[in-house]
Design a protein around this ligand. Structure first.
Ligand SMILES: Cc1ncc(COP(=O)(O)OP(=O)(O)O)c(N)n1
Ligand SMILES: Cc1ncsc1CCOP(=O)(O)O
Ligand SMILES: [Mg+2]
Length: 430
């Protein structure tokens, strides 16, 4: 989840709408441009509410909008929602984080700086602060604007304001440092929910900043497989090595190693095939084969040159990501003629990092002053996409050779955006 997902955050009004009426109304809100949805049902129990929650989750997936459940961590976990929103009297943040894992959204209600600090220290994803105005939907004490400002000035988490917000008072939230507005009645209670959402969304963007807009400040993209046609070389590395030492590779070896770095692949082979060489010798052989392929056969993928040219025209630095050493990756860039178009190369092998470590992606920011949120990480790899997401980058899924259908559907479900090709990516940076 990104801070901009909070721009116009709708919360269901299950006191007035359930079943098909709730789905229809929510669909109008999604069509009108809500940027996040919370399922909040304060009266029905978990089992009675579950079908509505599941239907809304499917709808939010279709509109690529995060979907969280109010109060009920178990329901969120069971249906695979993006997370939960918890108040001060709800389940403990620590327990919720344990149950949901590090990647899920956990929003916490905070009414003062101490609560906000505790939520930040406990691993909350965002804060809901209010009521900022008297609310018809909940009997909640009003928060002074000074307290809200103190929270946004002190805390690093994204903050959404809540309570009594309408088109008539939204402007009063300008300058308080919030990322968006959470709304029940001004959306669900509107005579024309589609028109009301469109109007509130435009107003929210004017006050809190654009949503999903603009070009990235920089872009991180895999060099192998995505920019260059090196899938065949990577897929053959382990088998070629094993053949050389007189062993036969298992049928699914290439698929197993696709998720691993070179070092982890070498370790896998060492431990599963009782080969004579040590891990560093296996790595040496891998590097040798890659270098040979890079020098003799590697080419840019179709559309890569045009995409890189467009980035250059638009002034967007492109940082290539590689699982080979940066020396080898540099050789690939030279041999395929894209070296001059790259602002840098980051390598899992150099830093002994794998794609589950945010430090990998953060390296890219060392030389450029960019807000991670404004940096796009293009990934063909599910671990990489998840890590970049967790590190606060905007993520784009792209297909690549060697992905199976399962991985591609997970990428599509979890990415902020999906691009079908480098040509489509080029259009996005125009
Ligand atoms: C975005 C957001 N912010 C605050 C709340 C309120 O949560 P809580 O204090 O737990 O009250 P209930 O909504 O559970 O009645 C929220 N739901 N969403
Ligand atoms: C859940 C909640 N928490 C504080 S105020 C509120 C209700 C927000 O609803 P409305 O937008 O109708 O005031
Ligand atoms: Mg609650």
């Amino acid at each position: 989840m990104k801070a901009e997902d909070l721009r116009l955050y709708a919360i269901t009004d299950c006191a007035h709408y359930t079943g098909q009426a709730l789905i229809d109304r929510t669909k109008a809100l999604l069509e009108g441009g809500i940027t996040m949805l919370q399922f909040r049902d304060k009266t029905r129990g978990r089992e009675a509410a579950r079908p509505d929650a599941e239907a809304l989750l499917a709808l939010c997936r279709a509109y690529r909008v995060p979907f969280v459940i109010n109060d009920d961590v178990e329901l969120a976990r069971e249906i695979g929602a993006d997370g939960v929103h918890l108040g001060q009297d709800d389940a403990a943040l620590r327990l919720a984080r344990m149950k949901l894992g590090p990647d899920k959204v956990i929003g916490i209600s905070a009414h003062n700086l101490a609560e906000a600090q505790e939520a930040q220290a406990g691993g909350a994803t965002y804060l809901g602060c209010g009521a900022v105005f008297p609310s018809q939907s909940k009997d909640a004490a009003c928060l002074a604007p000074g307290v809200l400002k103190e929270i946004t000035d002190t805390i690093d988490l994204p903050v959404v304001a809540i309570g009594g917000i309408t088109g008539d008072n939204l402007d009063q939230l300008a300058g308080l440092g919030c990322d968006g507005a959470a709304v029940i009645s001004a959306l669900y209670g509107a005579g024309d929910p589609l028109a009301a959402t469109k109007a509130l969304r435009a107003q929210a963007e004017a006050i809190f900043g654009p949503y999903g807009a603009g070009k990235p400040q920089a872009l991180i993209i895999p060099l192998d497989r995505v920019l260059c046609d090196t899938h065949a070389a990577w897929a053959a590395l382990a088998e070629t090595y094993l053949t050389g030492v007189g062993k036969a590779a298992g049928p699914d070896l290439a698929a197993i190693l696709r998720q691993r770095t070179l070092a982890a692949s070498a370790a896998y082979i060492k431990h599963n095939y009782s080969v004579p060489d040590g891990i560093s010798q296996i790595l040496y052989e891998f590097d040798y084969d890659l270098e040979d392929y890079y020098r003799r056969q590697a080419r840019l993928q179709p559309g890569a040159q045009a995409f890189l040219d467009q980035c250059r025209t638009a002034g967007i630095p492109v940082i290539a990501l590689s699982d080979a050493s940066s020396d080898l990756a540099g050789l690939l860039a030279d041999c395929t003629g894209c070296a001059d178009a790259l602002a840098g190369i980051i390598s899992t092998a150099d830093g002994h990092l794998d794609r589950t470590e945010p430090a990998l992606y953060r390296q890219a920011l060392a030389d450029i002053e960019a807000d991670p949120n404004q940096v796009w990480v293009v990934e063909d790899h599910i671990d990489g996409l998840r890590t970049a997401h967790r590190a606060g980058f905007t993520t784009l899924a792209i297909p690549a050779e060697g992905q199976d259908d399962h991985e591609w559907s997970r990428l599509q479900a979890e990415a902020d955006q999906v691009v079908e090709s480098l040509a489509a990516l080029k259009d996005l940076v125009k």
